[in-house]
Design a protein around this ligand. Structure first.
Ligand code: FMN
Length: 186
């Protein structure tokens, strides 16, 4: 698939099955993320790969973070629902912004760069036939999630990219550029 076709046809796949991306497909995805625009070349990125049995621990972490954010309360039904969420895909990438203090590059620019990298990774997945969906949720922003994943307090998680083999496809939305673009003349 050529680059413009990949950019123009990417869509999210929320029904994913085995197998997950191969090592070389994953490497292509990471290399795409590393080409995100990056003010002052700070490389403010960290990617964590969660696959196989690590998904069980990640599900337990999700439930624990929810419990902490609910003042220590979590009913069993919600706990098991959260614990099962990572099993919606064979592979999950946690995309984080690693924040460096810099006089010319505020935190927001580093978070934007990590988000731009996440989108590059989504397109690289699609270009290789790997299904992907960018997920988040309130737990993504909780300090206990960062701590549980071994990230620094000042870092930000920008997304959980769920990857796998598409088990369903959906039609592309029919957005038209003319509805979003204006030539500003002052
Ligand atoms: C920052 C961010 C967080 C998102 N979080 C979720 C999420 O938690 N759950 C979800 O179903 N979709 C989430 N989405 C939306 C999907 O990734 C997807 O873009 C949306 O379903 C539209 O599908 P499309 O990408 O095929 O147009 C998120 C998107 C972004 C950019």
């Amino acid at each position: 698939m050529d680059a413009l076709t990949a950019l123009h046809t990417r869509n999210s796949v929320n029904l994913l099955c085995e197998p997950g991306p191969s090592k070389s497909q994953l490497e292509n995805i990471f290399k795409a993320g590393l080409r995100a625009c990056d003010h002052k070349s700070l490389a403010p990125w960290k990617y964590l790969v969660i696959e196989g049995g690590a998904r069980e621990k990640f599900g337990l972490l999700m439930a624990e973070v929810k419990r902490i954010s609910n003042s220590g309360e979590l009913d069993d039904a919600l706990a098991s629902k959260l614990a099962s969420k990572p099993f919606r895909a064979p592979t999950i990438l946690v995309v984080a912004a690693k924040i460096t203090e810099h006089e010319k590059v505020p935190e927001i620019e580093q978070i934007l760069s990590a988000g731009a990298g996440a989108q590059m990774m989504m397109v690289a997945a699609h270009a290789q036939g790997v299904g992907a969906i960018w997920r988040s949720g309130s737990m993504m922003f909780h300090p206990a999630m960062r701590e549980g994943l071994g990230l620094d307090e000042k870092d930000h998680i920008v997304g959980f990219l769920y990857l796998g083999t598409p088990s369903a496809t959906k039609a592309l939305p029919t957005l038209k550029s003319e509805d979003f673009v204006e030539y500003w003349k002052g």
